[in-house]
Structures are given as structure tokens and as C-alpha cells.
Write a protein that binds this ligand. Structure first.
Ligand SMILES: *[C@@H]1O[C@H](CO)[C@@H](O)[C@H](O)[C@H]1NC(C)=O
Ligand SMILES: *[C@@H]1O[C@H](CO)[C@@H](O)[C@H](O)[C@H]1NC(C)=O
Length: 379
């Protein structure tokens, strides 16, 4: 079985954390299991491995016992215990690293799980943590490689989240927090690369002062007032300072946009942040509303979106002009309660294709109503 080869496998598994608070963490003790093999993290459930080749590789390392283990389907805890027992038998307990992991196993979850509940407080919606892991991965990798990385969080409050960013991004990241509450200055620690700026992000002079020190920004996380007015203003003020090659802007707790008792819309035009962001989806797609889609026939150039644009009606019909935002944004991601914007150079798209054995489209893409610059007209 070559059992010695299994040594060095890191197994993360779930067991009751026994928190003093008895909060929801305790209810997630049967989440997915993950393990790291040759630097790749794999997830497994009680009944199957995520990928057959990973299962095979894993079986070669730890032996077949685990896979015939006799745990009931879905009993992840049984699997975890059987797996760890197998590993310990094969490798010895000084050679297998096991950690009690929270659901999902993201670095952010680790941080929460490892707190002893005496430090500075923070509270996050649980599923945000997986989203951080996904969208801040590039910033984290850059920081871990010792490159300059700056994260700016609007809304510091007790300061616990600054500690979380520090733990996950590592010692070389620059972490900036902005808060109106002077008490937040207690988290200011320039020697550690953590800066807390006391002021109102809506004050342009103040913000310019912060940006002079912090820009370009790898990550902005708006966790401040959660009022649409402030969220939109902050986005417009800060987005240009997010680095163009993989920077991320996140707006947290847009749940407030759905709460009737909250300041959920901007006073001047009744726009909530979520509605503002939906319009940004049109702006992201603006190349597709352009009359000058490459190769479009001249007589098709006056596209419906352009006409609507002239009528000042472009949003309702899905067309929007190409802007700096279009050119600099690669994607938007909507989750329950949190929105991410990712910046990368975004020119008009081009196509890639192979093969000569192709079937025609089942419908004629150029036969739509007059003026549609369909896919087939793009060369
Ligand atoms: C705006 O910020 C500047 C610089 O921090 C400060 O001097 C000024 O008092 C602020 N303005 C208001 C209206 O708070
Ligand atoms: C878009 O990118 C251009 C060129 O890098 C830059 O001048 C501009 O400020 C950027 N705009 C935004 C909104 O990021």
C-alpha cells in the first residue's frame, strides 16, 4: 500500500467546536471534508470524492480501509473519524496534521474558528467568508508573495475584521480602515501596517488624504453605513483607485436595500445600491449595445439600444454607453447581501473557435428585427 507515502497529507475535518456561545457553529459540525494532497485541496463527502482521480490518488496513499469504511451515507463525522484513524495508523500522529475546521474550510472560517472570543469583535454573514476567499484570492496570493497589497475597509467599528484581514493576508499587507467613530483609532497600528483613518468617506478632502496614502487599492470592502446613498457615493469616489489588474470592490450588507425601515434608496433618484449595481451590468455589457460592433453592416448600425439611448431610455432597454467602467471592469458578482466588482482591462470581446465540422445555428442570427447587430454579423 506504500502507506508511508501518505505522510504529509493534511486532513481538515469537522467536529463540534464547543463554543461558549453555543451559536450556529455547533450546528455545522457535519460539513464537507477536505484534504490537501500535493498542494491541491480536495473535498469529499461521506459518499463520494469530488473527483475520481483524486479518490484514486488518495486511496493509494491511505489504503482502502477508509473507502470501505461502513459509515452511513451523509455521516461526515463518521467518515472524518475513520479517515483520521486510518491516517494515524498509517503515518503516526506526528506526521499527519489534522485541524478542527469549520464549514467550508476557508481561511476566513479558520480565523473565526481559532479566535478565543476575547479579542476585538467582528461579525460577518457566514457565506460572505467563502465569497472573500474566492474574490480576494489574488490579493491574498500577491500579499503572500510579498508584493504590495492594500485593502481598504469602510467601517471599522470594533476592529476585529482588521485583525482578520491581517491574519489572512499576512504581515506584508497594508490594511486601511475608515470610520467616523474616533474610538476606532484604537486599532491604528502603523508599525504593523494597519492604518485607521477617522473621518467621513463622503468628505472628498478627507478621502483624498486617505487615498494619497493607500492607493492603488487591491481590495475595497464597503461595510460602513449600508445606506444606498453612501454606498453609491463611496463606489463612485473609490472605484477609480482600485487597481486595474485584478483589483476588487465589494459592497457588503446590501440586504439593507430590502429593509423598509432603512435608508434603502438614494434620495435624489430613488435608486438603491442593488439597482445601481444592476445598471452596472448593462454598462458591463455596453460593448454589445455599441453601433460600431466590428463588422456590423452599415445599415444595421443604428441599433435599437442607440435609438433608445438618444431617447434617454437606454437602461430600460438594456443598452448603455461604453464608459471607463465598461473598459475597466471584467465582472460583477451578486450574492445574497454582497456584491463584488472585479477590475481588469475589458476591451470589446473577440472570439475563439476551432473545427471545420460545424452545424449552422438553428435560427438565423441576422434575421432579427431591423437593426439588431446579431452574433453572426460580428467578424
Ligand atoms: C473634511 O475633511 C477635512 C480633512 O480631514 C477636514 O479638515 C474637514 O473639516 C472635513 N469637512 C467636514 C465638513 O467635516
Ligand atoms: C479606467 O482605466 C483608465 C486607464 O487605466 C483610467 O485612466 C481610469 O481612471 C479608469 N477608470 C476607472 C473608473 O477605474
Amino acid at each position: 500500500m506504500g502507506q508511508r507515502q501518505c505522510c504529509g497529507v493534511r486532513v481538515w475535518f469537522f467536529l463540534a467546536l464547543g463554543t461558549a456561545r453555543g451559536d450556529e457553529r455547533d450546528r455545522h459540525v457535519c460539513g464537507p471534508l477536505s484534504f490537501e494532497l500535493d498542494g491541491v485541496v480536495h473535498y469529499l463527502s461521506a459518499t463520494r470524492m469530488e473527483a475520481p482521480h483524486a479518490a484514486a490518488a488518495f486511496a493509494r496513499r491511505v489504503g482502502p480501509t477508509f473507502f470501505g469504511g461502513g459509515c452511513a451515507a451523509g455521516d461526515t463525522r463518521c467518515v472524518a473519524e475513520a479517515l483520521v484513524a486510518d491516517l494515524l495508523a498509517a503515518c503516526g500522529d506526528d506526521e499527519v496534521e489534522t485541524r478542527i475546521a469549520p464549514m467550508g474550510g476557508s481561511e476566513y472560517e479558520w480565523w473565526f474558528a481559532e479566535q478565543d472570543d476575547t479579542g476585538r469583535g467582528t461579525m460577518k454573514v457566514r457565506h460572505y467568508l467563502d465569497a472573500y476567499e474566492r474574490h480576494f484570492a489574488l490579493a491574498r496570493a500577491r500579499a503572500r508573495a510579498g508584493r504590495r497589497v492594500a485593502l481598504l475597509e469602510l467601517g471599522v467599528q470594533s476592529g476585529g475584521s482588521l485583525d482578520m484581514w491581517r491574519a489572512v493576508l499576512g504581515p506584508s499587507a497594508e490594511i486601511h480602515g475608515v470610520d467616523v467613530d474616533p474610538r476606532c483609532a484604537r486599532s491604528h497600528d502603523p508599525a504593523a501596517g494597519t492604518f485607521v483613518w477617522i473621518g467621513d468617506a463622503g468628505n472628498a478632502t478627507f478621502l483624498a488624504h486617505v487615498l494619497a496614502a493607500a492607493a492603488p487599492l487591491d481590495v475595497v470592502l464597503d461595510d460602513a453605513s449600508h445606506r444606498s446613498e453612501d454606498m453609491i457615493a463611496a463606489f463612485e469616489a473609490l472605484y477609480p483607485s482600485v487597481r486595474p489588474d485584478g483589483g476588487v470592490y465589494a459592497i457588503e450588507d446590501v440586504v439593507t436595500n430590502y429593509w423598509p425601515y432603512y435608508d434603502r434608496v438614494r434620495a435624489e433618484d430613488g435608486l438603491s445600491f442593488v439597482e445601481f449595481a444592476k445598471r452596472k451590468v448593462d454598462e458591463l455589457n455596453a460593448w454589445n449595445s455599441e453601433p460600431r460592433v466590428r463588422g456590423a453592416r452599415r445599415d444595421r448600425c443604428l441599433t435599437p439600444p442607440l435609438r433608445h439611448r438618444r431617447n434617454g431610455d437606454s437602461h430600460r432597454h438594456g443598452g448603455a454607453p461604453v464608459t471607463d467602467f465598461t473598459r475597466n471592469t471584467s465582472s460583477l458578482h451578486f450574492y445574497d447581501g454582497i456584491v463584488f466588482f472585479e477590475k481588469r482591462p475589458h476591451p470589446m470581446w473577440t472570439r475563439i473557435a476551432v473545427g471545420t465540422d460545424t452545424l449552422d445555428y438553428a435560427f438565423n442570427m441576422n434575421s432579427g428585427t431591423a437593426g439588431e447587430a446579431g452574433m453572426g454579423t460580428v467578424t
